[in-house]
Design a protein around this ligand. Structure first.
Ligand code: GLA
Length: 352
């Protein structure tokens, strides 16, 4: 008997370091945060999906079989239903409500949180046995791939797997060293003690489908073609230094960023948070100058964090706006408006 109702929570994420490396078979070091998206679903006995986006005061309704393409937040719901059906998850018509405390388009990965929460709640609702009993069978990496197809094929943003894996594998006091070549996820203790990680909003909103994000991906693909490699993970630094501009700078960022992730893992393992601060600054400089995904508003935000005494600060996520991450030593005073972020639990089912 499928359940009558289900609920799922999926967190946002902050990427500590390793930006624009996921779609280049590289390395990243994200963690899940406490804020996220909650989806509740109740079987409605019909072959219809009826959906309420509580924070937007908007709704949607469509037939369970063969959801049509849609725009905005509706594209995520239609895509989740369609991709789950394609992957042979049993689904039932449902009344679905979406809520949460994760600001959209801010670089905290509201998109992945929405995809993951929707998928978990809908899988749990349609499952013949309670999902808890089937959890071992639920391959989180496969689910991350499915969610990323929702974003790629239904929303039109060619994002990598960073956000979905961070959301699904997050754990308290833990960062995740993800190798996007093997898709291995290694837990690295992120014990902050009296240090604080904060995010400060640049006030500029981004949408991956329309920002320069897809263009950056295309530039990396072109750099690979010219270098004769299948991904920038295999790029030789000397050969990459001879690429035409701006591809030379794009490749330099990716090669340097992978090295910074390795250095950050070593810094965390030895409890050297000051060293982590230097790596955050170096990552930001590379994203600003070589990858060119910063904006004037983001630079002002980085400046505010540095003026307040941050030992490191950098733009987070796809870029072109969104949030900036800052690291403060014990006793530091983050600027007004900064929000503390803590490594927290990954996506999970909740009581419905
Ligand atoms: C966005 C995408 C991720 C990743 C980052 C940049 O958050 O969704 O897949 O590419 O940008 O590191």
């Amino acid at each position: 008997m499928p359940a009558e109702s289900s609920g799922a929570f999926a967190p946002g994420r902050v990427n500590l370091i390793g930006e624009h490396t996921d779609y280049n078979d590289g390395l990243a070091l994200p963690f899940a945060i406490a804020e996220g998206i909650t989806v509740r679903a109740r079987a409605n006995g019909a072959q219809q999906m009826r959906v309420q986006a509580a924070d937007l005061g908007e709704s949607d309704e469509f037939a369970l079989a063969d959801p049509p393409p849609a725009q905005g937040w509706r594209a995520f719901v239609h895509g989740a239903v369609a991709e789950l059906a394609r992957a042979s998850f049993p689904l039932v018509g449902a009344d679905v409500s979406i809520g949460g405390d994760l600001p959209r388009g801010s670089g905290l990965s509201s998109s992945a949180a929405l995809e993951v929460a929707l998928c978990l709640a809908l899988i749990a609702l349609g499952a013949e046995q309670p999902l808890a009993a089937r959890e071992p069978a639920l391959d989180r990496t496969e689910l991350a791939r499915l969610c990323s197809r929702v974003e790629n094929d239904w929303v039109g943003a060619h994002t990598g797997l960073l956000d979905q894996l961070a959301c699904l594998y997050g754990s308290p006091d833990t960062a995740l060293c993800i190798d996007f070549r093997s898709l291995s996820v290694q837990e690295v203790p992120l014990v902050l003690g009296d240090w604080r990680l904060v995010v400060l909003d640049s006030g500029e909103r981004h949408a991956h489908a329309s920002s320069g994000y897809n263009q950056r991906r295309a530039e990396c693909a072109r750099a690979c073609e010219l270098l004769g490699v299948s991904s920038l993970r295999d790029a030789d630094a000397q050969a990459a230094a001879r690429l035409p501009e701006p591809l030379r700078r794009r490749a330099a960022h990716v090669i340097g960023e992978n090295a910074r992730v390795r250095a950050a893992v070593a810094a965390l393992r030895s409890g050297d948070l000051a060293a982590l601060g230097g790596l955050l600054d170096a990552s930001h400089a590379s994203l600003r100058d070589d990858y060119e995904v910063s904006t004037a508003a983001v630079e002002r935000t980085v400046g505010r964090l540095r003026d307040a005494g941050a030992v490191g600060a950098r733009i987070v996520g796809g870029g072109f706006g969104g949030i900036v991450l800052g690291l403060f030593a014990p006793g530091g005073h983050p600027p007004v408006g900064a929000r503390e972020v803590r490594p927290s639990a990954g996506a999970h089912l909740i009581d419905s």
